[in-house]
Design a protein around this ligand. Structure first.
Ligand code: ACM
Ligand code: ZN
Length: 740
């Protein structure tokens, strides 16, 4: 006779089968009990949505639900009160017995769909669940099984961050992002509004923040930027509120504020005029906490910000603050003496605490990145942990509440859907008290490399995985999630949302020279189907061709390629520069082999492949040597009349790539006796942080017969004191020995 355990096992099996047919709801509800064998609730037969007339918020939700359901019911359901007797319909009901601010319960049976929650927010999340249970393509034959769902989030803070400083996102795009957040029951939109590269919120008292700080000059000379008016900010806050999302503004300080300093230079330590930068990185110039003017400015700005954002939280950044300007600043040093601050960390801490006091006086709580722990922070601050568990431990040890983060700025090949799914919200070794300090998590969308058109492919589908990690922690199953996701791709298509791959780069391409056919080949790989690649030559956009996987190029020139999906650009344009010359396709031998990480796989063709290195040293075209000198001999195959030899070098000092100290070019007909036709010393400035190329060329007085061309370039050597790699070996990068 089967014992109890056996029966239990059978029951679990049956549940597992049901599990496999779970409705495609993401994030996974805490509990779903389906009774699909009974007569279901038929959408088409519903006659009303009933609400309590005392509840205007829920009444508004009923109107929304009626609109969502119209394609499925065939007509708009009237919102009524009370529910008519003996008619099939839907009831939205506030029920204080449902525990949890965001919790809800859905029960359905033939003729009745009952939605209950203690708050309008709970009702709203229930509607998101129902919406995802509808078929993606509306039919009026649809039914809802007899079931009950009891649901509540595992964590109260489920955030989506968006950096609009590096790339500006117009209001329409911000709203689309909010729609996605809301679809997945995120309840915080963390709007990163100010950055080094752009100040994006109009402040009435300081008009130059928008006039100057919102605009930058790009490397190509174009002007880039944008900002939100206060009316637009209000519009977004209201749009989010209707979707039960709180908007938390971030105003960065004391670092990441070059745009503000460009507008108001007196707020920096040096007071020198500055430009809004158009390159990425951590900037040295930050707000000067030695000057009272800095605090008056920030308090004025925050006063206007607080008036625009009703959220009880305000994010002040606080990350990545270099201290060198403060060390050298008379005002900062005086402040430190006056306040008895032992070091620059203490000065940062002074700054943060002072701002926090101001925020408290305005009824706002402070959030900052985990650096605000350094030098001490009050226990009331909420810490956004981005550097790792060590910072979560530091926050908890100090008794601070904290958030975890999931960085969506790396492409999904590097940070896959599955990794996002498994984001660990609990910290190993924490007591339950410490664990309770974790309020939840946010995705971080830093946009250095994410212009508007790339935002959605970087966010979807990973946002779905993160939603489940936060809302459904303790109840996660990746294979079930993947099955549900198949339906969600259809929602993305239906909603017109762009999405990207799960575990590959959005798009990758590389160019190579095929020696046998003497053609160049661009190989492209899209992380997703449905990609088409446009290409054009020498800026001639009147003559655009298309390919998907690979493209053969016979005519030399400057080619641009641009991937598209659904009529929108999908990845950044890439440029490839090809040319023909006398050494094209000729083999090269090296005294010291180039480093395996750079240049084409077959290094022997790397300096004679007709491919000209771009502004990126890792483009697969540049060859690099680490610590070694360059000595390369190109064999033209037979004595040839030549008129000119040239070669390019690269400098990016921050990456330890320096120009050579000296370059020599020699010719030979037998590779034994060499004639030097050019030598040149180069003054290498290791402090020059610009990314630059250096062209070395020799024009011969008359055409000269030669078979071999030898290039020698002397590596800079050991990086000097004061350089970020002091004591290490320098790189030398060269490309294409062009022989004419
Ligand atoms: C950060 O990524 N700098 C917070
Ligand atoms: Zn200062």
């Amino acid at each position: 006779m089967p014992n109890k355990h056996f029966l239990l096992a059978l029951l679990c099996c049956a549940q597992a089968v049901l599990c496999a047919q779970q409705p495609a709801v993401i994030p996974q509800p805490a509990r779903i009990d389906l009774s699909p064998e009974l007569a279901p609730f038929v959408w088409r037969q519903a006659r009303f949505i009933a609400v309590d007339p005392q509840q205007p918020d829920i009444q508004a939700l009923a109107v929304e639900l009626s609109e969502i359901l119209q394609p499925y019911t065939g007509y708009p359901l009237p919102v009524v009160s009370p529910a008519p007797d003996n008619q099939p319909g839907i009831i939205l009901q506030q029920n204080p017995l449902i525990a949890g601010e965001e919790a809800y319960r859905i029960t359905s049976r033939v003729g009745l769909l009952l939605v209950e929650a203690a708050t309008p927010t709970g009702i709203f999340w229930a509607i998101q669940t129902l919406r995802q249970m509808l078929p993606v393509v509306p039919t009026i034959e649809e039914t809802l099984p007899v079931m009950s769902i009891e649901d509540a989030p595992a964590y109260p803070w489920r955030g989506g961050h968006l950096d609009v400083g590096r790339h500006f996102m117009p209001v329409t795009q911000v709203k689309r992002y909010i729609d996605m957040l809301s679809f997945y029951k995120f309840n915080v939109f963390h709007w990163h509004l100010t950055e080094d590269q752009g100040w994006r919120i109009a402040i009435e008292k300081y008009p130059k923040l928008a006039e100057v700080g919102a605009w930058r000059r790009e490397a190509d000379g174009s002007r880039y930027g944008g900002f939100y008016t206060q009316a637009e900010i209000r519009e977004v806050v209201e749009y989010a509120r209707k979707r039960h999302i709180m908007v938390v503004p971030e105003i960065e300080m004391p670092g990441h504020c070059m745009a503000a300093l460009a507008a108001y230079p007196h707020l920096s330590c040096t007071g020198q005029p500055l430009e809004v930068p158009s390159h990425w990185g951590v900037m040295q110039d930050v707000f000067c906490p030695g000057k009272e003017a800095t605090f008056s400015f920030i308090e004025d700005v925050l006063t206007e910000v607080i008036a625009l954002f009703p959220a009880p939280y305000l994010h002040i950044g606080g990350d990545e603050v270099p201290k060198n300007r403060w060390q050298a600043c008379h005002d900062c040093q005086r402040r430190m003496k006056m306040e008895g601050l032992p070091d620059a960390h203490a000065l940062q801490s002074y700054f943060i605490r002072r701002i926090e006091q101001f925020l408290h006086s305005k009824g706002r709580q402070l959030i900052g990145w985990d650096e605000i722990l350094e030098g001490g922070v009050s226990q009331s601050a909420l810490i956004e942990v981005w550097r790792g568990d060590e910072q979560a431990r530091a926050a908890a040890a100090n008794g601070n509440r904290y958030l975890k983060t999931s960085y969506f700025d790396g492409h999904p090949g590097a940070y896959t859907l599955e990794k996002v799914y498994h984001l660990e919200l609990s910290t190993p070794g924490f007591s339950s008290g410490q664990q309770q300090l974790c309020l939840g998590a946010e995705c971080c969308v830093w946009t250095e490399h994410i212009p508007e058109y790339k935002l959605e492919p970087m966010v979807l589908p990973r946002l779905a995985a993160l939603a489940e990690a936060i809302w459904s922690d303790g109840n996660r199953n990746y294979s079930v999630f993947k099955e549900k996701l198949a339906t969600h791709y259809k929602w993305y298509e239906r909603n017109g949302w762009q999405y990207g791959p799960e575990d590959r780069a959005l798009f990758q391409s590389a160019i190579r020279f095929d020696r046998a056919s003497r053609q160049w080949v661009i190989d492209a790989e899209a992380g997703l189907s449905g990609i088409s690649v446009d290409y054009w030559r020498n800026s001639n956009r009147k003559n655009v061709g298309h390919f998907t996987d690979s493209l053969l190029l016979q005519t030399p020139g400057k080619y641009t390629i641009q991937a598209h999906r659904n009529g929108r650009p999908f990845a950044e344009p890439m440029q490839y520069h090809t040319m023909t010359h006398l050494a094209l396709g000729k083999p090269t031998v090296f005294a010291q082999v180039p480093h395996s990480n750079y240049g084409p796989l077959d290094k022997s063709g790397g300096l004679s492949d007709g491919l000209i290195g771009s502004t990126a040293f890792n483009d697969g075209v540049w060859l690099g040597w680490w610590g070694d000198d360059v000595e390369a001999i190109v064999d033209l195959g037979k004595s040839t009349d030549i008129k000119e030899v040239s070669v390019n070098f690269f400098q990016q000092s921050i990456s330890w790539i320096l120009l050579p100290r000296e370059v020599e070019i020699q010719l030979s007909n037998d590779s034994k006796t060499w004639q030097t036709v050019h030598t040149q010393k180069i003054q290498v400035d290791t402090r020059d942080m610009s990314v630059r190329q250096y062209h070395v060329a020799v024009q011969l007085a008359q055409p000269t017969q030669t078979r071999y061309v030898r290039l020698k370039a002397l590596n800079y050597g050991i990086l000097p004191e004061g350089h970020n790699g002091a004591g290490g070996k320098a790189w030398v990068f060269a490309d294409e020995i062009v022989v004419i």
